[in-house]
Design a protein around this ligand. Structure first.
Ligand SMILES: Cc1ncc(COP(=O)(O)O)c(C=O)c1O
Length: 507
C-alpha cells in the first residue's frame, strides 16, 4: 500500500522568526508533538527536507538537521530510497491528549501517568531568610572573613596553574588539607589523630548523612537530642532511620532516658561541647554513660562539634572523641562557624577501619569536595592564619555575646536562658505565653531573624522562645534588633490579648 503523505498537517507548521526558539528547534518540536499526540500516525510519510525547506522558507541544512534529530530520537525512521516515515514505536498509552497545538517553548503539561505511591515524609526544614539578618543563628562574623589572606593564597595557587588540581581528586579530600586539619585538631581541640583518619566533607551536614548511611540500615533507630538540630533530623531521616527524640537537661542528652525510649537504637547524634540549641555542656558522667551504651549496643555516636572552638571562659572540655576507647565515636568538625558556611567545607575524624567505607559513600555522593578551595584552606591553616582568625573572632564574639545578654536584660518580654559562655548563639525564652513561630515571622518583616525555639523540637515543644545568633551581629545592632523582636512579641501578643479580653467581657 503506498504510504500516505501528510501535507495538510505539516502545512500547519507555523514558524516564528526571531523568537526564542531556533527554526530547527521549532520544526523538531512541531513533529515531536504531532507524533506524541497521535496527529501524525505511525507509518505516515513526511515531506522531503527539500520540500519542507521550500514550503517554509528555511535553509535546506536547517530542515536536514531537524530531521536528523527526529530520526536520532526515534520519532522518524528513514527507509532507504523511499523517504522518511513516522516510526511505529510510540505505544497508544504514551500518546498525549491533544489540546491546542503545542509550541516547543510551552511548559510541560501536567503529569498524565498513574498516581504515584506516597513517599515517606521528611522532617520539616525551618525556613531561613535568603540574606543574613541581625540575630541570624549559626552565622559567624562574615565581615571579618580574611579576604586578604584568602585572596593572596588563591592568587598564588592560580598563578601556579597546577593542572593536577583540575582533575579528579581523592574522595577523602586533599592530602595537604587532611594533614593541616590533623595538625590543627591537636592544639585546637585536644584530638590526636592522623591525616588518614580524616575525610573532608561538604559541611558537617553531609558528614551526618554519610555516617548514618555508612553505619546503619534503613529502619534502624537513632537517638536525637530533644530539642536538637533540625537539619540533623532531616539527614538521618533521609537515610531511612527512625528518629527517637531523647530529652536533654543541664547535663546534656539523658542517656538513661534514651535507653528507656529506644533501647534498640544503633546511632546517637549529639552535640556534647555545646548542646544545640540549649547550650549545655555534656557532663563527664553522661559522656561515660553514652560511650558505655554505644559499646554494649554495637552502636555509633556522631559527635557534632559544630562550634566547639568558641568558649569564652574556663577551659574547653575535651571532645567525647578523646574518651572513646572502643572506636565508637565519629567526630565532626566544620569550617562554617570558624570561617564561613558558604565554603561548604567540614571534616570528620573516623576510626581507621571505617574510612574506606565512608570514602566510598563520599564518592557515590559527589566524588569529593572542590579541590581549589581545599588547597587554599590547607595553606591558610598551615600558615597559622586560621589560629589567628580564631583568636580575633573569639575576643569579638565574647563582646557580642555580652551585648546580646545586656540587650535581653532590658527586654521584659524575654528571659535569657542560662548556659555556659560558649558558641555563637543564646536562647531567650518568652517571659509570658506566645506563639514563637508567629512572632518570628513578624520580626522577619522587621529585618530580624529570631529562629523560633519550638521548631527545634521533633515532638511537642516544651518551651517557647528564640535561638539568637550573636556572632554575626555587630554590637551596635544588638540592642535595636532585640527591641524590634520585643516589638514583634508585643504586636503578635496584643491582638490575642485584646481578643481574650473581648471574649471574657462578652461572657
Ligand atoms: C548543630 C549543628 N550541626 C551541624 C551544623 C552544620 O554545619 P555545616 O553543614 O554548615 O558544616 C550546624 C549548622 O548550623 C549546626 O548548627
Amino acid at each position: 500500500m503506498p504510504a500516505r503523505l501528510i501535507s495538510p498537517l505539516w502545512n500547519s507548521l507555523a514558524l516564528e522568526r526571531g523568537g526564542a526558539a531556533s527554526l530547527q528547534d521549532q520544526i523538531v518540536g512541531y513533529f515531536r508533538d504531532a507524533v506524541l499526540r497521535g496527529r501524525l500516525k505511525a507509518g505516515a510519510r513526511v515531506p522531503s527536507s527539500r520540500a519542507l525547506a521550500a514550503e517554509h522558507e528555511v535553509s535546506r541544512i536547517t530542515a536536514v538537521q531537524a530531521y536528523d534529530r527526529l530520526v536520532a530520537e526515534g520519532y522518524l525512521v528513514a527507509r532507504p530510497g523511499a523517504g522518511l516515515f513516522v516510526a511505529d514505536s510510540v505505544p497508544d498509552h504514551h500518546l498525549l491528549p491533544d489540546p491546542a497545538p503545542a509550541r516547543p517553548s510551552r511548559p510541560r503539561p501536567a503529569a498524565a501517568g498513574r498516581p504515584r505511591a506516597a513517599l515517606p515524609p521528611l522532617p520539616a526544614i525551618p525556613p531561613r531568610p535568603s540574606e543574613v539578618l541581625p540575630l541570624s543563628v549559626g552565622i559567624p562574623a562574615l565581615e571579618q572573613f580574611p579576604w586578604a589572606d584568602w585572596g593572596r593564597l588563591s592568587a598564588r595557587l592560580h598563578r601556579a596553574r597546577a593542572p593536577e588540581l583540575l582533575g579528579y581528586g581523592d574522595a577523602r579530600g586533599e592530602p595537604a588539607l587532611r594533614r593541616a586539619i590533623a595538625d590543627y585538631l591537636g592544639p585546637a581541640r585536644g584530638i590526636a589523630c592522623s591525616a588518614d583518619q580524616i575525610l573532608v566533607v561538604a559541611g558537617a551536614q553531609q558528614g551526618i548523612e554519610l555516617i548514618a548511611r555508612a553505619l546503619t540500615r534503613p529502619g534502624d533507630t537513632a537517638w536525637i537530642e530533644e530539642p536538637g538540630y533540625p537539619l540533623g533530623r532531616v539527614a538521618l531521616s533521609a537515610t531511612g532511620l527512625a528518629l527517637a527524640p531523647v530529652p536533654v537537661d543541664a547535663e546534656g542528652l539523658d542517656v538513661a532516658a534514651g535507653r528507656r525510649v529506644a533501647p534498640g537504637a544503633r546511632l546517637a547524634l549529639v552535640t556534647p561541647s555545646h548542646q544545640y540549641p540549649l547550650g549545655a555542656l555534656m557532663s563527664l558522667r553522661r559522656r561515660l554513660a553514652l560511650l558505655e551504651w554505644a559499646d554494649a549496643a554495637d552502636g555509633w555516636i556522631i559527635e557534632d562539634d559544630y562550634d566547639g572552638e568558641y568558649r569564652y571562659a574556663g577551659r574547653p572540655l575535651a571532645p567525647l572523641y578523646t574518651l572513646d576507647r572502643a572506636d565508637r565515636v565519629l567526630y565532626l568538625g566544620t569550617f562554617s562557624k570558624v570561617l564561613a558556611p558558604g565554603l561548604r567545607l567540614g571534616y570528620l575524624v573516623a576510626p581507621r577501619d571505617l574510612v574506606e567505607r565512608l570514602s566510598a559513600l563520599k564518592t557515590a555522593a559527589d566524588r569529593h569536595a572542590p579541590r581549589l578551595p581545599q588547597a587554599v584552606l590547607a595553606r591558610f591553616i598551615a600558615e597559622g592564619r586560621l589560629a589567628a582568625h580564631l583568636r580575633r573572632t573569639r575576643t569579638l564574639y565574647a563582646r557580642r555575646r555580652l551585648a546580646l545578654l545586656d540587650a535581653l536584660g532590658r527586654a521584659a518580654a524575654l528571659v535569657a536562658r542560662e548556659s555556659p559562655p560558649a558558641g555563637l548563639h543564646l536562647v531567650a525564652l518568652l517571659a509570658g505565653t506566645g506563639d514563637d513561630d508567629a512572632i518570628s515571622r513578624r520580626a522577619l518583616a522587621d529585618r530580624v531573624h529570631a529562629a523560633p525555639l519550638s521548631r527545634f523540637y521533633a515532638g511537642a515543644p516544651q518551651a517557647r522562645g528564640f535561638v539568637l545568633g550573636f556572632a554575626g551581629t555587630p554590637e551596635t545592632e544588638m540592642a535595636p534588633a532585640v527591641r524590634r523582636l520585643a516589638d514583634a512579641i508585643a504586636a503578635v501578643g496584643a491582638p490575642r490579648r485584646a481578643r481574650a479580653q473581648r471574649a471574657s467581657s462578652a461572657r
